[in-house]
Ligand binder design. Structure first.
Ligand SMILES: NC(=O)c1ccc[n+]([C@@H]2O[C@H](COP(=O)([O-])OP(=O)(O)OC[C@H]3O[C@@H](n4cnc5c(N)ncnc54)[C@H](OP(=O)(O)O)[C@@H]3O)[C@@H](O)[C@H]2O)c1
Length: 474
C-alpha cells in the first residue's frame, strides 16, 4: 500500500509516522513543507516530498502513485485568514487525490456541531466536508476528536500546567460544558486502522472515551497527579482574558490557547456510533489511564530515553519540537577533559557515591542524606553494591541506576523524599563530561523546592564535574 502522510511534522503526524512504519505492507511518503524538520535517521526508510498544500501543482506531484492519503494539516498558525487557507488547501488536496486516482483520504478533524462551533472548529468541520464531498469518486474516513490527551498535546499541557500550579482555580463558567476526551494512543490506532477498514463512500467517525466537563477533566487530572484542587467558576472571565491567563500559566502559544478556550464554549461530544461500528476492536482508554500514560511518557521521553544515540536522533528531535520543554526542569554543568580517554573518565563516574564519596562537597551530600532520613527516606545508608562497577537496578545512596551505557551515560533516579521526581545524569559527549539534574515537580511545593535547591546545584555540579576529571587524571 502506498501511503502519503501530510502534517508529518505536526503533533499527530509525527506519531502516526512511527506507527505506519511498523506496518511492513506500507510504503510511506511524507509530504512536508520543510524536509529539514523531519527527524534525522528516518530518511532511509521513507520517501520525502517537499511541497505545500496551498500550491496545487506540488500536491498533484506529491500524490502520484498513492493509494491512501492522510490529511493532517491545518493553517491555524497562518494568521486571521486561516479559514480561507484551510478551504483552499482541502480543495487542492481533494482535486489532486481524485486526479491521481487515490483510493481513500483519511482526515482527523475536530468534534462538535457547526451551528455552535468556534471559528477553529468550524474550519475543521468545513475541511472535513470538502474532503468527503465526492464519495462517488473517492472514499474518505473523517475521524473527529475533541480534546486529545497525550504528552505534548496543547489541551493536555494546559490541564497539566493549571493543575500543577494552581491549588485554587477561578475558571470561566463554561468549564461545565460537556466534552469527550480521548487518548492520543487511541487516536493513532483509529487513524492506523482507517486505511484498511472496509467502507463504501464517505464515513464520519466520532471518537471519544467518557463524557465529562472540563471541570471534571481538571479535577480528575489532579487526582492522577496526587494533588487536591478546588475550582471556582466565575461568570465574568472573558475568553480573551482566559487565553491571556493560559499564556501566562502554560507553555501553549496564545493563538492555540485562544482557540481552545473558544472551543470550550460549545459541547464537543460524540454524535454517532460509527467508532464502535467500524472499529469494534478499539476500546478507548479511560481518561485517567490516558492522563497517566501521558505523564509516564514525559518522563520516558525527556529523561529516561532522552539520550541521543548516533543511529537515530529521534528522541532528541521530539523533545525540541514538542511543547514539553518546560515539563522537566534542568540544571547542568559540563567540562572538557581534553585528551583523556573517555573510559578513564567514565570509570570514575561509575565509582561515584557510597564510600568513594561524590568528589565534591561530601559534607553537603551527608547533610542531605541526614535530612532525608528525618523524612523517612533511605538517606545515604545504602551505599553501593560494588566499589567500582554499577548495574542497572543497583541502589546507590539515595539513588537507583536506571540507565548505564558504558563510557557514555549513567542515569540515576532519585529515591529521596522530594516533592516530585528527580534524576541525575552523567554523560560524555565528545571530550566533554556533562552532569545534569532533571526534575519533574509535583505541584507548587515541587516548584518551590526546585528553586530553593537551584543555588546548591549551581555550586555543586561544576565542582563535581571538575572533581571527576581530576580523579581520572591520577
Ligand atoms: N492535536 C490535537 O489535540 C487535536 C485534537 C483534535 C483534532 N486534531 C486534528 O488533527 C489534525 C492534526 O493536528 P496536529 O495537532 O497534529 O497539528 P499541528 O501539530 O499543528 O501540525 C499541523 C501540520 O500541518 C502542516 N501544514 C500546515 N500548513 C501546511 C501546508 N500549507 N502545506 C503542508 N503542510 C502544512 C504543518 O507543517 P509545518 O511543520 O511545515 O508547519 C504541520 O505538520 C488537525 O486536523 C487537527 O484539527 C488535533
Amino acid at each position: 500500500m502506498n501511503v502519503l502522510l501530510t502534517g508529518a511534522t505536526g503533533y499527530i503526524g509525527r506519531r502516526l509516522q512511527e506507527k505506519l512504519l511498523s506496518d511492513k505492507s506500507v510504503r510511506l511518503r511524507l509530504f512536508v513543507r520543510n524536509a529539514r524538520k523531519v527527524q534525522a535517521g528516518l530518511e532511509d526508510h521513507i520517501e520525502l516530498f517537499e511541497g505545500n498544500a496551498l500550491d496545487e501543482g506540488s500536491v498533484r506531484k506529491g500524490l502520484v502513485g498513492i493509494d491512501v492519503a492522510y490529511y493532517l494539516i491545518h493553517s491555524m498558525g497562518a494568521g486571521a485568514d486561516y479559514e480561507k487557507l484551510d478551504r483552499l488547501s482541502a480543495q487542492n488536496f481533494l482535486d489532486a487525490c481524485i486526479d491521481n486516482k487515490v483510493k481513500r483520504i483519511i482526515y482527523l478533524g475536530g468534534l462538535g456541531k457547526k451551528d455552535t462551533a468556534s471559528k477553529h472548529l468550524r474550519s475543521r468541520l468545513e475541511t472535513g466536508e470538502i474532503l468527503s464531498s465526492r464519495p462517488d469518486l473517492i472514499q474518505s474516513v473523517w475521524l473527529r476528536a475533541g480534546v486529545i490527551i497525550g504528552s505534548g498535546s496543547a489541551s493536555f499541557e494546559i490541564i497539566r500546567h493549571l493543575v500543577q500550579k494552581l491549588p485554587v482555580m477561578t475558571t470561566p463558567k463554561w468549564v461545565r460544558t460537556q466534552t469527550q476526551p480521548v487518548g492520543v494512543g487511541d487516536v493513532l490506532e483509529y487513524l492506523f486502522q482507517a486505511k484498511d477498514v472496509p467502507i463504501e463512500g464517505s464515513i464520519a467517525v466520532d471518537i471519544g472515551a467518557e463524557k465529562m466537563s472540563f471541570k471534571d477533566m481538571l479535577l480528575r487530572a489532579a487526582r492522577v497527579m496526587g494533588l487536591k484542587r478546588t475550582i471556582i467558576p466565575i461568570p465574568f472571565l472573558s475568553p480573551r482574558l482566559s487565553s491571556f491567563w493560559l499564556k501566562l500559566m502554560t507553555p501553549v502559544p496564545f493563538p492555540i490557547a485562544k482557540a481552545l478556550i473558544q472551543g470550550l464554549r460549545s459541547e464537543t461530544t460524540v454524535q454517532n456510533d460509527n467508532a464502535r461500528r467500524y472499529f469494534p476492536r478499539i476500546n478507548p482508554l479511560s481518561y485517567e489511564d490516558s492522563f497517566r500514560t501521558a505523564i509516564d511518557e514525559i518522563e520516558g521521553n525527556q529523561v529516561i530515553s532522552r539520550w541521543c544515540d548516533s543511529s537515530a536522533q529521534k528522541t532528541c528531535d521530539i523533545e525540541g519540537q514538542d511543547r514539553l520543554e518546560s515539563a522537566v526542569y534542568r540544571e547542568k554543568a559540563s567540562f572538557d577533559f581534553g585528551a583523556l580517554p573517555a573510559e578513564a573518565v567514565f570509570s570514575v563516574v561509575e565509582s561515584i557515591g557510597g564510600d568513594n564519596g561524590w568528589f565534591t562537597y561530601d559534607w553537603l551530600w551527608r547533610m542531605r542524606g541526614f535530612i532525608d532520613i528525618l523524612f523517612a527516606g533511605p538517606g545515604l545508608s545504602r551505599g553501593r553494591r560494588d566499589p567500582n562497577k554499577l548495574r542497572i537496578g543497583d541502589s546507590l545512596d539515595f539513588w537507583k541506576v536506571v540507565d548505564l551505557k558504558p563510557d557514555k551515560r549513567l542515569l540515576l533516579v532519585n529515591q529521596m523524599k522530594v516533592p516530585g521526581k528527580a534524576w541525575l545524569e552523567f554523560s560524555i559527549e565528545g571530550s566533554r563530561l556533562i552532569v545534569a539534574a532533571h526534575y519533574y515537580p509535583k505541584g507548587l511545593w515541587g516548584r518551590l523546592y526546585w528553586y530553593l535547591t537551584k543555588p546548591l546545584h549551581m555550586l555543586i555540579f561544576p565542582d563535581m564535574t571538575r572533581g571527576i576529571i581530576k580523579k581520572a587524571k591520577f
